[in-house]
Design a protein around this ligand. Structure first.
Ligand code: ADP
Length: 631
């Protein structure tokens, strides 16, 4: 729509219109005679102050003003009337409720045609909100000033157009300069920077101004007396015009004490690391000699006492060697000196090796190790020795931090491109607060079992560092003290985990009246991927076989009561017992014994102590054989 302006005055505005306009935003509108004396009523003044007409008239209005502001208000009014100048003042005005509101009064004289004064006309506008805001701001500023002073902060405000900077007293003091009024040039600060730090600080300041990002830096300054001090500086652009930065401001404070403590700490830590690495290195030679000496003695020792002593010393030496190795490794890792020898490795093989190497420890302590490995390979780019070490450390802790009925579940899973190693035990558990800490260097949770188990608090530090070096992560979890612990290592793999379910492992039954030998054999078979269960006599073995119908039974022959021959014979007579594999595992090795066992229905005959590879090979091939003959 096109608008054509109408001539001025075509919308005639009357005096009444102006009055309505004023009344709509004014607190009060009033008038006085030429001498400034109120002679007419102002309903709006009386409404906002609560004054009666009598108390308002004359110069009574002054009583509606706050006592503190009265002298100033009256003086100003008298002066303005005498000089015939317009009035513009601020003061507090009473409310009918007995409170106070800030008002801005504006008044002007109205002249007659002959130039003489007709009257004074005034208007009051409520400015309480604005005043309260100003007061709050003032209080805030006072508080900030006090805080800046208490925190010993140096402040600066840099006018980027003039390059002049305003400093507070503390700023002068920190640079060792005499305090003076007025601004200084920005160069005064820049020239106090230690030359080594100057370039980077100048660049940071420039970037901060250019890109409007906060500037946050630690740097050294050279004071007037030549001494060097560490400062922390923070600042940002605080004002812009047309989008151009015109002012930057910030603070600076002395951090020399903190820096000194930090450097001392770093130095102490470096020296400690160097000492430990050297100690570990130096301990290797004497240990090698002890180990060699023990080997010689072992060959010579004929009596039991000497043998036992040598065995014990051998065990303790191994323990010592392991701790020294850990110390050396940790030393190398903390100094960033460890080098991984990476190639494509199969984690399943490494997990099996780790389990096999801790197995004697589990046997020695009479604790259970249950291993679950995936059927297919889990390939990753890694250092075989170090990855095996990670698993050995976790498994060893599983033995060390469980009590007599200790049991450790060791599993490896492969999902997508992630391998998940889990070592779960039913041991002493870990308090929630300690879970994150136990991976730190030299941390041992303060409890008597942990202490009695020796160790240096290095194992988990190594685990974490090595896992990180392989791009993985490790987590510990525990439901609390006494409730066992679980450690999960996640590593990236080269091949994807198959979505298909793993092949069901063949189920085996081990029957032996010697419980220790039954349990250890069963553990070894689990390591080879079988599911096993054990029984300690002929009758209980038969009952278990009836119920479970295992793929194979490994059975001792010499058992009290029903022996192996009898038990095997019985099983072969059962309809379910024709096709399963039964292997005799016995101390009897004569040809006659073998003949007898085969007559009783045994498929194979092995002599104790059995070689686990021989046993599993026999189990595997016999199961396959049976499957092909039946199908
Ligand atoms: P070390 O075992 O030599 O003390 P580690 O770094 O292997 O050092 O372990 C650090 C601490 O974490 C141990 O002292 C122990 O308190 C706690 N810890 C480690 N593994 C377990 C676990 N399986 N169960 C309970 N606590 C554990």
């Amino acid at each position: 729509m096109q608008l054509t302006p109408r001539p001025n005055g075509s919308l005639v505005t009357t005096a009444a219109d102006y009055y309505t306009l004023l009344a709509s935003f004014a607190q009060a509108i009033w008038e006085t005679d030429p001498d400034g004396i109120v002679v007419t009523d102002s309903p709006s003044w009386r409404a906002c102050t609560g004054q009666t007409l009598d108390s308002y008239l004359g110069e009574g209005w002054i009583n509606a003003i706050h006592p503190d502001d009265r002298p100033y208000a009256m003086h100003l009014w008298k002066e303005a009337v005498a000089a015939q100048l317009p009035v513009n003042a601020e003061f507090r005005l009473q409310t009918p409720e007995g409170g106070w509101r800030w008002t801005n009064v504006r008044a002007t004289r109205i002249l007659r045609a002959d130039g003489s004064i007709k009257k004074w006309l005034g208007i009051n506008i409520d400015i309480s909100e604005k005043k309260l805001g100003e007061e709050a701001l003032k209080k805030q500023e006072t508080r900030t000033r006090l805080a800046v002073k208490a925190a010993e902060l140096a402040t600066w405000e840099w006018d980027l157009r003039t390059d002049l900077v305003h400093w507070n007293d503390k700023h002068f003091e920190l640079l060792g300069l005499p305090v003076r009024e007025g601004p200084v040039y920005a160069d005064t600060f820049l020239s106090h920077l230690l030359p080594d730090d100057a370039e980077s600080i100048k660049a940071q300041l420039a970037d901060s101004i250019r890109y409007r990002i906060p500037y946050d830096a630690e740097f050294r300054i050279v004071k007037e007396d030549g001494s060097v001090a560490w400062m922390s500086g923070y600042g940002h652009v605080t004002a812009e015009k047309d989008g151009r930065p015109v002012q930057a401001s910030g603070v600076m404070f002395d951090i020399s004490m903190r820096k000194k403590a930090e450097l001392a700490l770093q130095d102490a830590s470096r020296r400690k690391d160097e000492f430990l690495a050297m100690l570990a290195h130096e301990l290797r030679n004497p240990m090698a000699t002890i180990r060699n000496g023990l080997t010689i003695l072992e060959l010579k020792a004929s009596d039991m006492v000497a043998q036992t002593t040598i065995n014990m010393m051998n065990r303790q030496t191994s323990h010592l060697v392991r701790m020294v190795d850990d110390l050396l490794d940790v030393g190398r890792i903390t100094q960033g000196k460890i080098e991984l020898r990476k190639k494509t490795v199969n984690l399943v093989t490494l997990a099996r090796q780790a389990a096999e190497s801790v197995f004697p420890l589990f046997q020695q302590e009479g604790k259970l190790l249950e291993v679950t490995l995936p059927p297919g390979p889990v390939e990753l780019d890694g250092d075989a020795t170090q990855l095996t070490q990670v698993m050995i450390n976790l498994l060893t802790n599983g033995v060390r931090y469980t009590t007599d009925t200790g049991k450790v579940l060791f599993s490896l899973d492969h999902h997508a491109y992630e391998a998940v190693i889990r070592v779960e035990d039913n041991g002493i558990g870990i308090h929630r607060d300690e879970l994150a800490r136990i991976f730190d260097l030299f941390v041992q949770v303060d409890n008597s079992l942990a202490r009695s188990r020796g160790g240096l608090g290095l194992g988990l530090t190594l685990v974490k560092s090595l896992v990180h070096l392989h791009g993985g992560r490790v987590e510990a979890s525990s439901d609390g003290l006494g409730l066992g612990s679980s450690f999960t290592v996640t590593l990236p793999t080269l091949n994807p985990g198959s979505a298909a379910l793993p092949e069901t492992p063949a189920r085996l039954l081990v029957i032996d009246d010697n419980d220790d030998s039954a349990r250890t054999l069963s553990m070894l078979l689990q390591l080879k991927g079988y599911e096993t269960c054990t029984e300690n006599s002929g009758p209980t073995g038969i009952a278990a076989a009836t119920k479970q119908q295992p793929a194979a039974i490994v059975m001792d022959i010499g058992m009290p009561g029903m022996d192996g021959f009898e038990a095997c014979h019985y099983i072969r007579e059962q309809p379910w017992g024709q096709n399963l594999v039964i292997i005799a595992l016995t101390g009897y090795s004569q040809a006659a014994d073998r003949l007898r066992s085969s007559q009783c229905g045994f498929d194979g005959h092995l002599v104790k102590p059995v070689d686990i590879h021989e046993l599993t090979e026999m189990i595997g091939s016999l199961i396959k054989q049976k499957q092909t003959t039946t199908s």
